[in-house]
Design a protein around this ligand. Structure first.
Ligand SMILES: Nc1nc2c(ncn2[C@@H]2O[C@H](COP(=O)(O)OP(=O)(O)OP(=O)(O)O)[C@@H](O)[C@H]2O)c(=O)[nH]1
Ligand SMILES: [Mg+2]
Length: 373
């Protein structure tokens, strides 16, 4: 299980120069990766590679009922995906259409066109088939009810919010990773805003040192949220920037450090090696850090997002996902494929470019918003 990441002893020596001139020699460190998990399961299907999280709030009681304001805000953002799915379904079911194999085939095509993925589509269509058989009354209602049930069954187990405990003796470190352009820096800005609104103290680390613009972008989010940003010059060692931030946050008793990282490197240095080094160096200051490795995936990239998740998880052990740009795509159904295939907790979704457009992932609100009107 990801929440209990395997720790493997790794032999290596590494050095990182912090701005204080400290040299860190790491003779034997436990690298926090899920490699063994992946290797031992290599012959199996995706969904078993990552294990499954138990639903935090499984069940259908009243506490699962999402706030109507959230549902309508999400509904507006998910308009393009909803348009494809629900309007497509309404067309198929118009005029009391008979639910037969031909219609189920068309529903299958519709789901696939929204990037829901083959496994989940098959599961949903089978659910509809048996739901409709059992139902008496309107076929359209039976289809929608089955659809909702099956969608929730896929999403609920991964709707696990990121819990940052209060009164920690050391800062909680969130390392944000992902390929370039997925929305890492923007999501960090939005997350800082969320945490500040909850009264938490936050510090940002400009770990993407490859572009001056990346550092400036993070500084601007810091200013907007009145949050300090620890940065060095372009080309500096990313691990040393994050180390400095954690060092400084610890002495200032800051609760949360969020570290940005590069999505692409322009040199021969391998991105994954750099991220591994960040992990190692940070864990010298606090063996529990980073407490969260948040992988940012762009929903618009569809099935590519799955491949990215596997690569990052193998390298640095991902503990949560943030799925962005759900507002700009008709392929938002990919969230089902991601949930089913990876079993990784989905912490947040990005539904716009504004500071308040990062939502904690709520499976019920999401499905309701998707199927509404
Ligand atoms: N519509 C929409 N745009 C988003 C969302 N999240 C990020 N973006 C936009 O996506 C673009 C890239 O975002 P960045 O945050 O710079 O992405 P990054 O992953 O940091 O990129 P690199 O630093 O190049 O690796 C920006 O124009 C953001 O405004 C979202 O949820 N919805
Ligand atoms: Mg960035």
């Amino acid at each position: 299980m990801l929440s209990r990441r395997s720790r493997e002893p790794t032999d290596f020596s590494a050095e990182a120069n912090s701005t204080h001139g400290t040299i860190w020699r790491l003779s034997q460190v436990r690298a926090l990766t899920g490699k063994r998990l992946l290797q031992s399961d290599s012959g199996r299907k995706f969904q078993y590679m990552f294990g499954r999280q138990k639903p935090a709030d499984a069940g259908n009681d009243a506490s699962n009922k999402p706030a109507s304001g959230l549902v309508s805000r999400l509904g507006a953002a998910l308009g393009r995906t909803r348009g494809r799915l629900v309007q497509g379904l309404s067309r198929l079911l118009a005029g009391g259409a008979k639910i037969d194999d031909a219609l189920l085939d068309q529903i299958e095509e519709l789901l696939l066109s929204a990037d829901v993925g083959v496994a989940v589509t098959t599961r949903i269509v089978e659910g509809i088939r048996s739901g409709v058989k059992k139902a008496d009354g309107e076929a359209e209602d039976a289809v929608l009810r089955s659809l909702e049930k099956e969608m929730l069954a896929v999403l609920e187990p991964v709707a696990t919010p990121l819990e940052i405990p209060r009164k920690l003796s050391r800062p909680f470190v969130v390392l944000v990773v992902g390929v370039n352009g997925t929305g890492k820096t923007t999501s960090i800005g939005k997350l800082a805003y969320r945490l500040r609104s909850e009264g938490r103290s936050v510090m940002l680390a400009a770990g993407d040192t490859f572009r001056a613009a990346a550092i400036e972008q993070l500084k601007s989010w810091g200013e907007q949220n009145q949050v300090d940003v620890v940065a060095q010059h372009t080309g500096a060692d990313s691990a040393s920037v994050v180390y400095d931030a954690l060092h400084s946050a610890t002495s200032s008793r800051i609760e949360v450090v969020i570290a940005d990282t590069a999505g692409r490197l322009h040199t021969q240095i391998d991105l994954m090696e750099e991220l591994k080094k960040v992990r190692r160096v940070v864990s010298k200051l606090d063996p529990e850090a980073p407490h969260e490795v948040l992988l940012v995936l762009d929903a618009g990239t569809g099935q590519n997002a799955l491949a990215q998740a596997i690569q990052f998880h193998q390298a640095v052990g991902v503990s949560g996902l943030c799925i962005t740009k759900l507002d700009g795509t008709a392929k938002g159904g990919v969230i089902f494929a991601i949930a089913e295939s990876l079993g990784l907790p989905i912490r947040y979704i990005g539904v716009g470019e504004g500071v308040a457009d990062l939502k904690e992932f709520d499976a019920h609100a999401f499905v309701q918003a998707l199927l509404a009107g």
